[in-house]
Design a protein around this ligand. Sequence first.
Ligand code: NAG
Ligand code: NAG
Ligand code: NAG
Ligand code: NAG
Ligand code: NAG
Length: 705
Amino acid sequence: MAVVVTFFLHLVQDYYTAHGENATYIAKTYCHTTSALRQLGSKSDAISSVSVSKNMFETIARDLLLERTDHTLELYEGSGSNWRLVKSGTPGNLGSFEDILFANNEMQDSPVIVAIVPNFRENGSTVGLGYIDLTKRVLGLAEFLDDSHFTNLESALVALGCKECLLPVESAKSSDFRPLNNAISRCGVMVTERKKTEFKGRDLAQDLGRLVKGPSEPVRDLVSGFEFAPGALGSLLSYAELLADERNYGHYSVRQYNLDNYMRLDAAAVRALNVMESKTDANKTFSLFGLMNRTCTAGMGKRLLHMWLKQPLLDVDEINFRLDMVQAFVEDTAFRQELRQHLKRISDIERLIHNLEKGRANLLHIVKLYQSSIRLPFIKSILERYDGQFASLVKEKYLDPLGYWTNDDHLNKFNGLVEASVDLDQLENGEYMISSGYDSNLSALKDDQESLERQIHSLHKHTANDLDLALDKTLKLDKGTQFGHVFRITKKEEPKVRKKLNSHYIVLETRKDGVKFTNAKLKKLGDQYQKILEEYKTCQKELVVRVVQTAATFSEVFEGLALLLSELDVLLGFADLAASCPTPYTRPDITMSDMGDIILEGSRHPCVEAQDWVNFMPNDCKLVREKSWFQIITGPNMGGKSTFIRQVGVNILMAQVGSFVPCDRASISVRDCIFARVGAGDCQVSCVAFSSGLLEQAKKELIKR
Ligand SMILES: *[C@@H]1O[C@H](CO)[C@@H](O)[C@H](O)[C@H]1NC(C)=O
Ligand SMILES: *[C@@H]1O[C@H](CO)[C@@H](O)[C@H](O)[C@H]1NC(C)=O
Ligand SMILES: *[C@@H]1O[C@H](CO)[C@@H](O)[C@H](O)[C@H]1NC(C)=O
Ligand SMILES: *[C@@H]1O[C@H](CO)[C@@H](O)[C@H](O)[C@H]1NC(C)=O
Ligand SMILES: *[C@@H]1O[C@H](CO)[C@@H](O)[C@H](O)[C@H]1NC(C)=O
């Protein structure tokens, strides 16, 4: 169950506090001492309090929402007795904390919230499931039969990368639902209880009609195909308050999630195979993700890799498409490296678009999109130059879509907009401004401003003559916040001109750094200048809003582009790994699942092999249909049994994700599930194999197939 942690931001002094048990928790967990606690109030009703800096608060927020993933974080803002809730977030719905969490960090994973409507039968149950990915703006529905341990649900939670799960209150409490809760907690997912009445799917088709782009017919058809899932998705729409914000309308897509599209992995298998990195890894290459994380784009590629590793494919053609591309990149080193060089300059387009549509974007975001967009012709021309074995595939999957999106109706138009509107010359100085030539009002204001500057300058000259001082050298012109435009001379000069100053000018201030003075004419010009400057700024702001709004109309193109580029990025990363290992990986032969054979020759465990101190002895594995389907591995302690078992699982998983494998030769018939119950710990530990209960389960599975 989610634990709430509440913080207060004291606006004036700019620090954060927590109180009561929250304070104790924060002090113990993050300050590692209770001496950070102060007691507020009188002895009898004293309450403890802890205060933390902005940096510390951000660290705590990151830890609670991204690492611990079982807390709700709330932030109140105010002072004195006047407080209001300004931010609230959960691991699945980071909400307004996103700004803080990803200001300087890449978003590694896009969180998914699932809602479940379970329906019990005596021999199992039907699970209605809805999910939402707020970053990618995807909604999904699924419904399936499940066994008494909810193993199907578990694999769905793993594949979706679920961080938070909504359950009807009754289900969360009832002991009948203990197995369901166990399955959820095995995946490290936070449970959020909601009233049963919120799990209503009656108006779902209509609500989706507003959120989803395109005609409403297909949406209605999709929804009507389910009995329980609409209630689940309905609860998510209200939980995430999607309908309350019109900016969401027409921007979501909805899909049916089919359990049978991906290899099934439960939480234990993901752990046993070290698929994802763990905080305790001394070296990031201990995990498959850490080893394969060679993407170049900011954030996008890594998130896709995360997703792919949780969703190995079952379709032979889809797997082979990825392998074809990896092969193309492995075989042509220059092709691969040139593309990677350009991908390094691509920003996190997905997140930029997300900000754009949330109305949180400014010119900085637009310029980043532009800088990514002008890379595309380079990427396109590299793809065009490739004339290897897979040239037609490259053309169909990447070149043609790129050509379409960059044409004059789409990104060329966007580039034109940015080039006309943004003052790109000012970027070097870190300034993001609309160029004055973009708008007639703005350029009129700019002209006024320049004319005033000229007048002020000539007045400056005139005054220097009048006082018989050297322009700029002894008679300075200052522009400050207190007085606006003023003349300044040093105290040393002052006696020389004192008489004139007193008769013709107004002395404003005499200080160590000099004497400031003005006259009626300078005052007037200075005030006019200030007024024009304000108008100029206001006009800039209005134009920024307009440019950002226009840029937002390109978001669909950018979305497609983000997907294409992150896919390229991940595949290039696979190729880079395959080609750069001391012993290169090979392309596996993928065969239909009913062929049934798994042949790995000279195979290694990729993560173990990657450690400096390991000299890996390759070995073979032959699981042949109806001959050696079932093998018992025996050997002395520390002999490498579990490494071997894991290695087979990892090789199969890598192959079905579309990567080359660390083998001399591999032929893999597509597997729809990996069970792994190998002793806990990281790559070096080798101990138990299957536990007996699971052996039964594994046997049953094998017999079923
Ligand atoms: C924070 O305070 C709230 C309200 O007193 C309490 O429900 C919650 O459990 C506290 N959280 C922690 C982590 O102590
Ligand atoms: C449970 O039994 C019913 C018939 O009694 C059958 O229709 C249904 O498919 C069974 N469910 C499972 C999960 O085996
Ligand atoms: C992935 O690799 C990049 C550098 O290549 C690194 O900055 C990033 O932290 C890595 N991500 C993870 C989760 O290890
Ligand atoms: C210029 O300003 C006027 C009035 O302030 C406004 O009506 C007009 O729309 C503006 N023109 C442009 C191009 O923004
Ligand atoms: C991780 O292991 C690789 C390969 O053994 C090595 O090159 C790298 O320095 C290690 N990194 C750390 C942080 O130990």
